[in-house]
Structures are given as structure tokens and as C-alpha cells.
Ligand binder design. Structure first.
Ligand code: F6P
Length: 337
């Protein structure tokens, strides 16, 4: 019998696995630590699978026993000690069968997978085929998963972006230039929108809002009489017309003497020591994922909504649309006068 969230329940599970998959995000290590220590606290054995689904398929040295000391001194580290990958082979039935055989050979009865929508898509298919229960912890800087207000790594990524914007602002001011800064988010503008507000950028182009560069052209043309001499424009990676270089090209065609520079922040946003917020989030979700598995939950993603722990079916987490906060979108317009 185990006490969790005020309830006693019976847990027959003895051994679980944890792995990270897809694009890494700061806080994944804090989540791995939480999974391992929570499992050990509840007398479960834990295996770490190196390289995500790729390691699950390859087996062998990719399966490592973890104990409390294995996850010491990692809470502050970016990246993932378990490494990560995007596995094409796991998308095939043959690949998944090899992965299943390796899990069975190691006596694994439940899985905590840390990753984004690709990771959970794989976990859902795998559960439907082989019945090994999984609980996901949302690890992605993109914050594009339904069923949690924030994903692990998002807070660190926006802080990294804002730090860069602050620095670029100095040189933009000195030279009276426009900077177009491209931020990550393959299909989602959460990083770009938050960084626009926090970094004081005047304009943003987001994948979720169908607006083209003419909005930015109008903004600059309408601003010729104001005293402001420099500007920051954020372009989300997944913007419909293309990234920051493409937008810059379009703007230069329409605005005479447009003195601009382009910065692509790229993978810098994926690295670095996680913020305190990401560490707490990762710790709560990792611990909650293990206890959910022990209660017999399966095929769900752990999340926090309004600071409360919740579980959302993988299917909804992947396919339901998480909307940008309309209040933030409105603030961009209010502040750019
Ligand atoms: O999903 C996280 C993310 O960083 C996206 O924002 C970005 O589009 C993508 O991963 C980049 O992936 P990769 O590192 O495989 O190039």
C-alpha cells in the first residue's frame, strides 16, 4: 500500500523505465531526478534508457539501472543525461517490436517518457500495440502541448531569448537599426509571444495568427514621424511567410533605406541551466508521473493547470489545440505605439 495524494492504493508494479526523447529542453534532468527518486522512495526499481526510442530499440548498454546517486548533481544541468534522439525506426512496427522485446527482457512494467508531441505519439501507439503503460512528462521548449499551462524548458527558453533581446537592443539603439530576431517554435508562437512582451519588442509574427509582413510594413511606414530610432521585431520560426531572413527580404523591397539586421537565436534556446521555475515544474511532473503509473494510470501526460497536477490523455495532449493567450496578443498592439 502506498500513500499518495491522500489516498491508499495497491501497486503491483516493481520496475519502471524513464527516457527522454525528441528535442531536449532545460529541466529534463530535474525531471529524470524526480522520477528516479520518487520511484526509489516507493520501492520501485528504475531503468534509464539512453537515447530515447533509438536506445529502446537497440537495447544492450542503452539500458542502465539508476539509483539515487545516479541522479545526484544534475538538477541544475541543461541537456539530458539520458541523451535524446528522434527515431525513425520506432515509427515502424518492426522497430517497436524490438523495443518491446527489450523492455520485456528487462522486466519493465511501466514507462515515464519525457518529451514532446512526437514522444507521446510514439508512446500512444506503443501502448495500443503492446499494453505497456506510459505516463508522459512534457519536456519541450515550445510549450505547444494541450493539458499543461507550461512545458518543462519553456521558462528557461524565454529567459534566454529575453537576455539575447536585451543585448541586441543595446546595439540596435546605438546604430538606430531594426533587428529581426527569429525565435524557435516549429509550429507554435508561445516563445515568440512571451519574449515579445518581456523583451519589449514592437512587432511579432506568429504562426497561429495569419498576418503577413505587410503588418510590419504598415507599422514602419506609419512610424516615420515618431522619434523612435530603433526597433525589435520578433519572427517565430514557424511563421507562414518564412523565417526572419525571408521577412527581412520582403521588408527591404517595400521600405526604402530599411537599415536592418537579422539574428537567428536557434539552439541557444534549448540549452543552459534551467530556471528555478522549470526545476520545480519538472520535479512536480516527474514525481506525479511515477505516482500516476503506480495508481494504474496509463497513456496520459502529466501537467499543471492553474498550478494543480492534472493528467490529460496523450491523444488530447497531442491533437487538441493550445491557444496563445489573447491578452498577451492584445498587449503587443497596446505597447507598440
Ligand atoms: O521542438 C523543439 C524545437 O526546438 C523546435 O522549436 C524546433 O523547431 C525544433 O525543435 C528543432 O529541432 P532539431 O533540434 O531536431 O533541429
Amino acid at each position: 500500500m502506498v500513500l499518495s495524494q491522500g489516498l491508499f492504493y495497491f501497486c503491483a508494479m516493481k520496475k519502471i523505465a524513464v527516457f527522454t526523447s525528441g528535442g531536449d529542453s532545460p529541466g529534463m534532468n530535474a525531471c529524470i531526478r524526480a522520477v528516479v527518486r520518487t520511484a526509489i522512495y516507493h520501492n520501485l526499481e528504475v531503468v534509464g534508457i539512453m537515447q530515447g526510442y533509438k536506445g529502446m530499440i537497440e537495447g544492450g548498454e542503452n539500458f542502465i539501472e539508476l539509483n539515487s546517486r545516479s541522479v545526484g548533481n544534475i538538477i541544475q544541468r541543461g541537456g539530458t543525461i539520458l541523451k535524446s534522439s528522434r527515431s525513425k525506426e520506432f515509427m515502424t512496427p518492426e522497430g517497436r517490436k524490438k523495443a518491446y522485446d527489450n523492455l520485456v527482457a528487462h522486466g519493465i512494467e511501466g514507462i515515464v517518457c519525457i518529451g514532446g508531441n512526437g514522444t507521446f505519439t510514439g508512446a500512444e501507439i506503443f501502448f495500443n500495440e503492446f499494453g505497456i503503460p506510459s505516463i508522459g512528462a512534457p519536456g519541450t521548449i515550445d510549450n505547444d502541448l494541450y493539458g499543461t499551462d507550461f512545458t518543462i524548458g519553456f521558462d528557461t527558453a524565454i529567459n534566454t531569448a529575453v537576455d539575447a533581446i536585451d543585448k541586441i537592443r543595446d546595439t540596435a539603439d546605438s546604430h538606430g537599426r531594426v533587428f529581426l530576431i527569429e525565435l524557435m517554435g516549429r509550429h507554435a508562437g508561445f516563445i515568440s509571444l512571451a519574449a515579445t512582451i518581456a523583451g519589449g519588442a514592437e512587432q511579432v509574427l506568429l504562426p497561429e495568427i495569419v498576418e503577413d509582413h505587410s503588418k510590419v510594413v504598415e507599422f514602419f511606414k506609419g512610424r516615420t514621424n515618431t522619434k523612435k530610432s530603433f526597433s525589435i521585431v520578433i519572427v517565430a520560426e514557424g511563421n507562414i511567410e518564412g523565417g526572419a531572413f525571408k521577412i527581412d527580404e520582403l521588408l527591404k523591397k517595400e521600405i526604402p533605406n530599411f537599415d536592418s539586421r537579422v539574428v537567428i537565436l536557434g539552439h541557444i534556446q534549448r540549452g543552459g541551466s534551467p530556471t528555478a521555475y522549470d526545476r520545480v515544474l519538472a520535479s512536480r511532473l516527474g514525481a506525479g508521473a511515477v505516482e500516476a503509473l503506480m495508481r494504474g494510470e496509463k497513456n496520459k501526460m502529466a501537467g499543471l493547470i492553474n498550478n494543480k497536477f492534472v493528467l490529460t490523455p496523450f491523444h488530447d495532449a497531442i491533437y487538441m489545440k493550445k491557444d496563445l493567450n489573447p491578452d498577451l496578443v492584445r498587449l503587443v498592439e497596446i505597447f507598440n505605439c
